[in-house]
Design a protein around this ligand. Sequence first.
Ligand SMILES: *[C@@H]1O[C@H](CO)[C@@H](O)[C@H](O)[C@H]1NC(C)=O
Ligand SMILES: *[C@@H]1O[C@H](CO)[C@@H](O)[C@H](O)[C@H]1NC(C)=O
Ligand SMILES: *[C@@H]1O[C@H](CO)[C@@H](O)[C@H](O)[C@H]1NC(C)=O
Ligand SMILES: *[C@@H]1O[C@H](CO)[C@@H](O)[C@H](O)[C@H]1NC(C)=O
Ligand SMILES: *[C@@H]1O[C@H](CO)[C@@H](O)[C@H](O)[C@H]1NC(C)=O
Ligand SMILES: *[C@@H]1O[C@H](CO)[C@@H](O)[C@H](O)[C@H]1NC(C)=O
Length: 623
Amino acid sequence: MSTRYPKDVEGQPNAQDDYAADGYEEVPLISPKETQYSPQKRHFSWIHIFVAFLAGILVQFFVGSMSSGSISLPDWSISSGVSSNTDANDGLVPPYVGSTEVHNYPPTDPTGVDTELFPTNVGYAGPTPTGAEPAVFLTAPSYPQHSGAANLLVPPKFFGAKTSSGKPFDLFRSWGNLSPWFSVPKGAFGVNSGPEPPETCRVTGLHFVHRHGARYPTGSKGYGSVAKFATKIHDYGTKWSAHGSLSFLNDWTYKLGEEILTPFGRHQLFDLGVSMRMKYGFLLKNFTETNTLPVFRTESQNRMWSSAMHFAIGFFGYPFEGQYEQSITVEHEGFNNTLSPEKTCPNEHLTNRATWYVRRWVEIYLKAARKRLNAHLDGIKLEPEDVYGMQMMCAYETVALGYSKFCELFTVEEWEGFDYSLDIYFWYDSAFGSPFGKVLGIGYIQELVARLTRTPIPVHNTSTNGTLDDNHITFPLDGRSLYVDATHEVVVLQILTALNLSTLADSGPLPYDHIPKERSFRSSLLAPFATNIQFQLLSCADPSLTSTEQIRVIVNDGVVPLSPLKGCFKDPKHGMCSVSGFVESMKESISELDWTWYCHGNWTLPKGDKWKTVDGTVHREDL
Ligand SMILES: *[C@@H]1O[C@H](CO)[C@@H](O)[C@H](O)[C@H]1NC(C)=O
Ligand SMILES: *[C@@H]1O[C@H](CO)[C@@H](O)[C@H](O)[C@H]1NC(C)=O
Ligand SMILES: *[C@@H]1O[C@H](CO)[C@@H](O)[C@H](O)[C@H]1NC(C)=O
Ligand SMILES: *[C@@H]1O[C@H](CO)[C@@H](O)[C@H](O)[C@H]1NC(C)=O
Ligand SMILES: *[C@@H]1O[C@H](CO)[C@@H](O)[C@H](O)[C@H]1NC(C)=O
Ligand SMILES: *[C@@H]1O[C@H](CO)[C@@H](O)[C@H](O)[C@H]1NC(C)=O
């Protein structure tokens, strides 16, 4: 029997082979971060509520008319590529309960529906002149920061709370890859500059990569999965009871769906689209002048498609037809796709040592919590994995339902531990600690180099898709000033790893027995919901620069230094690199990686923590 367990692109395995042994295991989702940021501000003015309400109506209207309109959509299969193959578990895990409360909206065949009586265009729109494009970060004295998470509520217990190092604690920034994205503090990645261009430079282009918004849990039921926890609770029927802080569990139901965006996740992408239009709208002038349209890319998976649609509504407004071209690439096993690269790399399951680390860390940092919570339960006993699942539940319920009773069960220190568990997971699963970090990110780098140099990819022997990338309509190489690509957080991390941004890795390998005092690798900063990378192109008149054309990498509004790259000089102030030096470094990285060996070679790694990397590659001589 094949031992290849398909892995969800979000980083959750679909199945685990050996739960307890030191073998390869896959972990569940998410990542955390601890906070040195200002506490969550909760001010809901009527304007906010009104704007949110309006946006909601627009979105509903759009989505409603999409499904009945003339645009033909691919046949979405929610589980596409992430089949929850629980039958591959050799009976080690039970079948899981689905949601124990489901509302099945919309009704399948509602009465009183008459599209003729509700025409989508009745004329009489009034005058519609457009103005100039915004460029807020060029015209305002500062760059607009993204903070807070509209419509989500923090338990009062955490108001004014401090982290263990005395900084303001923010629960929403302590959930690793499940954190809603936020502007990282200035200097977070080592360059004390914001996305505003240096004085002598003007912004000439943007290559933008973003993750989907907040989603329900994936279909994979990895270690600490919320569905596993729900199953445990509901399988026990009436034989147990909870009291004290856990009494809410007595009539708690599991209300989460799977895989798709939550309402808050839709809002995040709509908001991201608005915010990018406010900042980079001026780049559209170039398209009018050259009589072309931007091409944006996303994948077929429902939440990826939906994220791209909501981004477009935010960026272009509804209706966006005629304003841009949307490429929807197939995300499925066997389809070359740089935005879901593991689907063409059969060896990728070798990477699944991440859970090995997480499990060990969980048993340490949640020890006291487990004891405390078990004291409030009769007839059922929580294992470390269950307690971890309850922390996951807090994050998932909050981004899906707005609030979760599970959040207040844990202390600030335990949230710091949770955040760190996700740093560990993503470090070893997708980034600098993963044997596949670099090779899986390289396809996107090849595309970036192609776009920057206006030169087609010479040979398609990685995750690139020649059918799409060699076609100048689906993959224009004429130096467009704006590109937008949607993907998953694991791919964002693989791209950062392939970029060789080693300052992000300087705290690794991450230990599983304590949280390092300083660490630059934080999944909440790098891979939260709606995380985004700006590859910002600049033209600079500074005579001290060797070249006028410069590039910067800006992750969640924080500039990441390009100085580790061979072809880049040290620019501690702005983090820039000449486009030519950047391209030369990327070409060197591309030439170093042998996709065929990585993805199809017959090789294996020592188990557990006996093998390590800090640059996301396997050095064959070490095997
Ligand atoms: C390239 O992408 C297209 C569209 O997603 C897909 O139909 C095609 O099968 C892909 N080619 C390969 C070799 O995967
Ligand atoms: C798809 O990827 C494989 C593996 O890298 C490669 O051999 C093949 O040429 C690619 N196909 C296309 C159409 O790009
Ligand atoms: C549009 O942008 C591209 C890439 O930056 C540039 O080469 C071109 O000159 C611009 N065109 C106009 C009309 O500004
Ligand atoms: C990648 O980073 C390492 C460590 O900073 C550096 O030694 C190496 O030269 C870099 N490689 C390239 C191609 O830039
Ligand atoms: C892919 O093609 C390039 C260009 O011909 C070549 O340099 C590289 O070695 C190839 N890689 C693999 C793994 O075949
Ligand atoms: C893979 O390598 C192992 C160990 O060297 C060997 O026993 C096995 O036969 C190889 N499998 C294949 C398919 O070549």
